[in-house]
Design a protein around this ligand. Structure first.
Ligand code: ZN
Length: 197
């Protein structure tokens, strides 16, 4: 059946979904009511229509600015640089950081910086230069793996003339780890023990 196969291949494109699981999802919707199928379609359409990137920090949001950039109580002199929007949630849970964020949506290697990474760096450097109040601290919270380390070093190099205090997440973060899968306590220690780059 053409329409069933089309649904199976759509599910197969989802991360972590294998052929068996894609088939199970599809046969679920084959039996589900039309209302339930419509609910999934509408939820997906709304997501695509309303979720944008914050014009300041590139976090996901439904307005021009995300809830963190809009919050007047945040320290506007500090920016924590992360790879993914999800990393913000985890750092927020530690409750020890009250500054702003900047999402890279990936890593930047010095080799590829001229091509794919260039606009990201320009955007970040532009934000730092235009900031009022002046940015006093940059925390590099990219993952402690090779790509994350290279990205952190590259950004530190680009921003070192503009920001006095640039630090990297400290001890406690296992090498090769992904911030997304780091527990709150380890992340708290890593933030508190950040070291100057
Ligand atoms: Zn924002």
């Amino acid at each position: 059946m053409k329409s069933l196969n089309r649904l199976i291949s759509a599910f197969r494109r989802l991360p972590g979904v294998g052929p068996k699981q894609a088939e199970r999802f599809s046969s679920y919707f084959l039996k589900a009511s039309e209302a339930e199928a419509n609910e999934l379609c509408t939820a997906l359409q709304n997501l695509k229509k309303s979720v944008k990137l914050c014009s300041n920090c590139l976090n996901y949001c439904e307005n021009d600015l995300c809830h963190i950039c809009k919050d007047e109580a945040r320290d506007r002199t500090s920016i924590c640089i992360v790879e993914k929007p999800k990393d913000i949630e985890l750092i927020e849970r530690t409750k020890i950081y009250n500054g702003l964020y900047h999402v890279l949506h990936g890593t930047i290697s010095p080799v590829s910086a001229k091509e794919i990474g260039h606009h990201k760096i320009k955007q970040l450097a532009g934000r730092v230069d235009a900031s009022d109040p002046k940015i006093l601290e940059i925390i590099l919270a990219t993952n402690p793996d090779t790509e994350g380390e290279n990205t952190a070093l590259y950004i530190a190099d680009v921003l070192k003339g503009s920001v006095e205090n640039i630090s990297r997440l400290g001890y406690g973060m296992p090498l090769g780890a992904d911030i997304e899968y780091t527990d709150e306590l380890t992340l708290s220690y890593a933030l508190k023990g950040r070291t100057k780059v």
